[in-house]
Design a binder for this molecule. Sequence first.
Ligand code: NAP
Length: 254
Amino acid sequence: MFTPLTGRVVLVTGGTKGIGKGIARVFAGAGAKVAIAGRGPEAGAAAAEELGATYISADVGIAADCERMAAETAEKLGGIDVLCANAGVFPDAKLADMTEADIDAIFATNVKGTMLSVKACMPALERSGHGRVVLTSSITGPITGYPGWCHYGATKAAQLGFLRTAAIELAPLGITINAVMPGNIETEGLDELGPEYRQAMEASIPQKKLGKVEDIGYAALFLATDEAAYITGQTIVVDGGQVLPESPMAMEAM
Ligand code: NAP
């Protein structure tokens, strides 16, 4: 019942690993032409081969890289219909120990990188006549908190502040912009947080399991369809119910 996305060009930043790679896989499976961007050329080349995607080397925190990323995508694949601004980092540090450099680094990728990616892709998205932007935010920051991630949470909430005004500015260009807010999703980045973190998270989720990267991909796919054309400036939480329990007792009472 949805109009197929066959042949649409989709650029996924941070598409070389984790959630971004899952998003890229879902769009490729739907027949889209996919470009993935990231900084590490080895992971980028391997992911591109696996997905049948085009790899573009770019650091989204740098404006010139974002401009080149948008230009290369449009040149190699014939335009840009969908931007999934997903690249993000989540190093942990308690506020008492956090340095100014830690704060600058996380804002550079997660906030500045999101804004620069969208800005660079705007002309191509407008030309497509049905431009779509899907941001990867998080439940952490906009809804929940976790010690060690106050800078991360601030960046993920900042993305949503950006989203709401960007949606108004992009509407006359025929571009929608929405965000997916993942809970805890199985990724290489999350694996690095260790088995204890994973077990504690699984126990706190009503569905008792972490999400799969494709769960985020399908939400992004829906927001990219023609049928989602009237949805803009909005968010979808994809978390297996993680934000719902009022207290740990709510989980024990199940
Ligand atoms: P990941 O496995 O570490 O992958 C991150 C991706 O972003 C990689 O492709 C990485 O490639 C790229 N990247 C990082 N910094 C970049 C930069 N400055 N420029 C270009 N690419 C960059 O992380 P993930 O778990 O998939 O997270 C992806 C997004 O989901 C992030 O925005 C994160 O905040 C969000 N999220 C994740 C979870 C979760 O449970 N995993 C939950 C909520 C939200 P390079 O390192 O090669 O550049």
